[in-house]
Design a protein around this ligand. Structure first.
Ligand code: AHR
Length: 329
């Protein structure tokens, strides 16, 4: 019904140069050739992939992890080592170093924040292991730090949310409930949203993409900003926490306070059908199959796009219960 598409990658993007692709084709030096081009692979040996997931903070993340684990499978030519960093950058860096010492063929990771990766990215590069970046982005001084990236256009998501607010609530007093500070999802959603309705924002705080911290942040906001009448939440989980805080304060979410969120996981869309959310911008977590194909291509030394944006949409209260019931995540 609403579509959002754009083309901006915050990272210092790696060009899929011939040199890098040749490096990728060497498979990090464990000698398994790299001749198994397409997903499913034609080679004898599986591609050894180390994947560092940033955490399990949200419904979106759970769906993303399920998609990655289902698709990075032996059937698709991949032997997956999956490590959950519990939202801590130091855990991710440790996992990435472990992947280097295990001489993985390909390293994939979803970075919890954008900065602080220079050293470990250089170590991976020095080891000759190709990196596939997933979901969030990095800012780094390392040249050609990754071969390819797949994820969402977070800035476009913020713009879509802002445009809906500008059209439907042009006088709203907005509280912005931000995700993990310094993450690509927070930085770019904020930038896109503020480009459209930045002058209407009266307060902001981070809820770290979790329901509990979202609730706490909104409890404080209701005290600090009694005039707020619209919340832009950077994800559904924090928006669900906002519902709890608003109801606990004796108000009606979706009526007294308009709620706009990002993700469109099942619980978020249920809140939309129930009239507690007002508008939800989709952030699609189900791209495991595309990721598996990219990994196979990278390992085979084939040319890959520098960046792949997943398909996304947006929803208002006209969606039906049937639509929500059919939502797979
Ligand atoms: O990076 C994607 C974001 O991370 C999702 O919007 C959010 O729910 C998750 O925590």
């Amino acid at each position: 019904m609403f579509s959002s598409r754009g083309a901006r990658l915050r990272a210092t993007a790696a060009l899929a140069t011939a040199a890098m692709l040749a490096l990728a084709g060497c498979g990090g030096g464990n000698g398994d050739g790299g001749d198994d081009g397409a997903t499913g692979g034609g080679g004898d040996e599986l591609i050894r992939v180390g994947f560092s997931q940033l955490g399990a903070e949200s419904g979106w993340r759970t769906a993303n992890t399920e998609s990655v684990q289902a698709s990075l499978s032996e059937e698709n030519g991949i032997d997956l080592t999956f490590v959950d960093a519990q939202q801590k950058q130091e855990n991710q860096i440790r996992a990435l170093r472990d992947f280097v010492s295990q001489d993985m063929d390909v390293i994939a990771f979803s970075p919890v924040i954008e900065t602080g990766w220079d050293q470990v990215l250089q170590e991976i590069k020095d080891a000759g292991i190709p990196v596939v970046l997933v979901d969030r982005t990095v800012e780094t001084t390392v040249e050609d730090p990754f071969v390819t990236w797949i994820g969402s256009d977070f800035r476009a998501e913020g713009v879509t949310a802002g445009e809906w607010v500008a059209e439907n609530h042009p006088d709203a007093q907005i509280f912005e409930l931000q995700g993990t500070m310094g993450s690509g999802a927070q930085v770019d959603r904020q930038e896109g949203f503020r480009e459209i309705v930045g002058d209407q924002i009266i307060g902001e705080a981070s809820g770290n993409f979790t329901r509990a911290e979202g609730r706490t942040a909104v409890e404080a906001a209701l005290q600090a900003y009694p005039d707020l009448d619209l919340i832009f939440s950077h994800n559904d989980d924090m928006g669900l926490g906002a519902i709890e805080a608003i109801e606990a304060a004796g108000m009606t979410p979706g009526e007294d306070i308009t709620i706009v969120t990002v993700d469109a996981v099942k619980d978020g869309l249920q809140a939309l059908v129930d009239g507690k959310f007002n508008f939800v911008v989709e952030c699609n977590p189900v791209f495991g199959d595309q990721l598996a194909e990219l990994i196979n291509q990278v390992h085979a030394g084939e040319e890959v796009p520098e960046q792949t944006f997943v398909e996304e949409s947006a929803f208002d209260q006209t969606i039906t219960q049937e639509f929500v019931d059919e939502r797979p995540y």
